[in-house]
Design a protein around this ligand. Structure first.
Ligand code: ADP
Ligand code: MG
Length: 464
């Protein structure tokens, strides 16, 4: 296996910290990614098409723990590399594509908070995008000897043809005005409008002289405008990553659910007919979200016809050209490679500093299997986490060898939160209650307490 030799300390820490607290890393995924070559290739084609002014939509479907979130983050990193702007958010009961009580605006605002560019990969990039638009316009005004205002107006004209585009263009023009006059308030009001943070039309009119705001009824239209706008600012296009789509399937009211599916239908139609410009969607969800005939996307017949999978792609035959991408769970071989990569990352890329030989990793996997059965590789989050805890202990206690310790690692089985009753109200934390293992002495307490901070939904016991 070929691992990149150098691992930046920043990537190392981001990867290890995230995985030890049970979340998927936002950066550095390339160091630990296993498998998924075809899926990555398929999404790269989408990204290139979007960067070329086209559109695309994919549903990344897999069981709990199969790697949807990981894959979405990976795709997002690839898109940033290809000079797209990305926005991403998890759906939740309070964040939906379509709503009447503010939940759609709230999804939009979350997406905008997470807006990223290659130079600003951790979110909050709206101002950078606006500044870039201004810089591009200034450059063009120099080369074409036109007044900046004229250049800006001309560029914004492209927006005014789209639904809601007139006010969108007005707000960008206000940002320029603020920029030109040194009016910071005007600039920040424009940014707030773009980020969907105005909650009343009156406030928006007073601050910016526009009559509309981003609200529940126009989220998708705003995303389409934004995609055109980021291209005017010199980026390739916009990639929208939506995770935890299962929350739509969980909506108890048929009408509310269908209103959301109707938006998804618009997205699918625009993407397949090529009517959206520079806009791609990637949505992660479970098989139920897609296929459940009563509440899934398939319950909405127009979507069922459009998303039906290729009937020939069965028995090991694959087709990555459709809108649905299936993520099979990781295999034991994948997990082995992954644990090797993690060892490599932990050692900052120096094989001399590996804390365990391959045999140790095999022994750890065998131990996981006896403790939690096959879910150790199918839903590998806890196996990965405990493994990193083990490495941390080995690192800080060089007098203890892996042979002693591997068999003592306690790992609790993960429980899929989606298997819990749907209408139970509040979201469960989704983790199995596990009996804490008896502690075999205080020796490693310090090292282990590091692992159990920050994540109170993690009841995995790791005691030595
Ligand atoms: N292709 C992959 N390469 C490396 N690690 C992966 C891969 N897919 C998943 N993982 C890891 O497996 C665990 C579960 O993945 P996750 O994306 O959270 O699953 P899901 O979102 O489908 O429930 C995470 O710790 C993640 O980092
Ligand atoms: Mg996930």
């Amino acid at each position: 296996m070929t691992e990149p030799n150098t691992i930046r300390p920043r990537d190392r820490d981001a990867v290890l910290q995230a995985l030890r607290t049970g979340v998927v890393p936002r950066t550095g995924q390339q160091h630990i990614q296993v498998g998924r070559a075809n899926e990555v290739r398929a999404l790269l084609t989408d990204i290139e098409r979007v960067a070329d002014g086209g559109s695309g939509v994919r549903f990344v479907i897999g069981d709990y723990g199969s790697g949807k979130t990981f894959f979405l983050h990976l795709v997002r990193s690839m898109a940033l590399q290809q000079k797209l702007v990305t926005v991403h958010a998890d759906l939740s009961p309070d964040r939906r594509l379509q709503a009447t009580g503010g939940q759609a605006r709230s999804l939009y605002a979350e997406l905008m908070r997470n807006m990223s560019t290659r130079a600003k990969p951790d979110g909050g990039a709206m101002t950078n995008v606006l500044e870039r638009f201004i810089t591009e316009a200034l450059n063009e005004s120099k080369t074409s000897n036109q007044a900046v205002e004229v250049v800006i107006r001309e560029r914004l004209d492209e927006l005014t043809e789209l639904t809601g585009g007139y006010d969108f263009a007005e707000v960008v023009a206000k940002y320029w005005e603020g920029h030109d006059n040194g009016n910071e308030q005007l600039k920040s009001d424009a940014v707030r409008w773009m980020r969907g943070e105005f909650t009343t039309k009156t406030d928006a009119r007073n601050a910016l002289g526009v009559r509309t705001i981003v609200d529940d009824s126009n989220v998708y239209d705003q995303l389409k405008l934004l995609a055109v706008f980021v291209r005017l600012a010199g980026f390739g296009g916009l990639l929208v990553c939506l995770d935890e789509m299962v929350n739509l399937y969980k909506l108890a009211h048929t009408q509310a659910r269908n209103a959301n599916y109707e938006q998804i239908l618009r997205i699918v139609n625009d993407a397949t007919q090529g009517t959206a410009i520079g806009l791609g969607f990637v949505m992660g969800g479970t098989p139920d979200f897609l296929m459940d005939p009563r509440r899934g996307l398939y319950s909405y017949s127009a979507l069922q016809t459009r998303l039906a999978e290729n009937a020939f792609a069965v028995d090991g035959l694959v087709d990555y050209s459709g809108p649905v991408i299936r993520l099979p769970g990781l295999t034991p071989e994948d997990l082995f490679v992954l644990l090797c990569k993690l060892r490599h990352v932990q050692a900052s890329g120096d094989p001399e500093a590996y804390l365990m030989p391959d045999d140790g990793i095999q022994a750890y996997m065998a131990h996981c299997q006896t403790r939690i059965g096959n879910s150790y590789f199918r839903t590998p989050r806890t196996s990965i986490k405990s493994y990193l805890d083990l490495l941390a202990v080995l690192e800080q206690n060089p007098d203890r060898g892996w042979v002693d310790l591997v068999g003592t690692v306690q790992i609790a089985e993960e429980v899929n939160p989606d298997l819990e009753p749907i209408d139970g109200g509040g979201e469960s934390d989704g983790w199995a209650e596990s009996a804490p293992a008896a502690s075999n002495g205080p020796r490693f307490a310090a090292a282990l307490s590091v692992a159990s901070t920050q994540d109170d939904d993690d009841l995995t016991a790791f005691r030595l």
